[in-house]
Design a binder for this molecule. Sequence first.
Ligand code: SF4
Ligand code: SF4
Length: 390
Amino acid sequence: MDSNKSRREFLQAGLALPAVGIAASGGLNNFLQESPKVVYRTLGNTGLKVTGVGYGIGFNPVPEAVARAIDLGINYYDTSRDYGESEAIFAKVIKGKRDKIVIATKSPSRKKEDILNDLDTSLKALETDHVDIWHLHARDVPTSIPDEAIEAMRECKKSGKARFIGFSCHDPNRMADFAIENKFDVVQTTYSFPIGGFYRNKAVEKLHAAGIGVIAMKVVVGLTGLNLKSFDNPSASARSASEFSDKTVAENGPLAGIKWVLNNPAIGTTVPHMKTIPEVETNFRAMSEPFAPADEKLLYVMNEQIRPDYCRMCYTCSGACPKGMPVTDVLRFLAYNDFAGNFHQARTNFRDLAKEIRDIRCSDCSSCAVECPNGVHVQARLVRAQSILA
Ligand code: SF4
Ligand code: SF4
């Protein structure tokens, strides 16, 4: 990629929207609060009517928060075989309500037999006879879905144990054609304000045009405000003064981020992870409130605040480290801890890396060969990841 061109594109992407927001903003009190209501969207050619705000069940779901989401009418729930006991915990919450909700879960496996067994294990844990969507989990390159995995997925669908099949990925640019060629029904991908969205728009459009349902994940990870005071980072404390109160950031950052994602009609639903009832009730509003100038301004300010610390997963720096460091992946794992407060997931993912990658110490480099066009302090962030996750 022409790095000057890509840098120009990123800067344009980062600056274009907020300019409108700042000019049009009437202050911080105009976050809209109309009567929130359920708004459905259609998930590609599956025909499934899903709420624009779904729920990322993740590790250790909080039953009361999930129950509140179901009461409000949120109908899309995404989990995985990989998330410890989450399927079983979720199953207890949805008892008697199975017909009201769409369940998606995922297999970490690559071999046919394992994928078929994983589905049976998931059905047992979820106490249901079918899932609505059966994903392969975290497939970022076509070789991560071998022929036997495709065969297994088709068998799962044919048996009726899975109504539709898909995969989750962090970079749809590398996977969109593969999904279309192999007739997957849905793709779940990272998609967030602003770079993480703009970088993915072409692939998302392509999937949508092909009738593949697109589910946006990681929509709020950088926007919770958690990182600003949660770790001992001199640049973070220097940036902590802001015109937005902690409460505004905590409540409206995720809400604004979901609204921004839902502004793209090619997105079928979103799966923010939520831990509290107030979080669920606030994010619920994103379905029926318009994306307002105040939202735009807040996102712009937060984006500037997290700039040195939060990787936008644009993959521009892929292959730039001479030692083979998968920069985007490791920074994503660190974000699970620093931005989502999930140390367990961060460390589990880090420890799944090959030993030769885990053993790299970025503190041994006098300077870093990786230049981030989005202003992420790559070396400092990687040193932190290695110190807390290795
Ligand atoms: S660190 Fe790499 S992947 Fe992350 S935002 Fe910068 S260039 Fe993109
Ligand atoms: S600090 Fe060194 S090892 Fe780490 S990413 Fe940069 S070049 Fe690679």
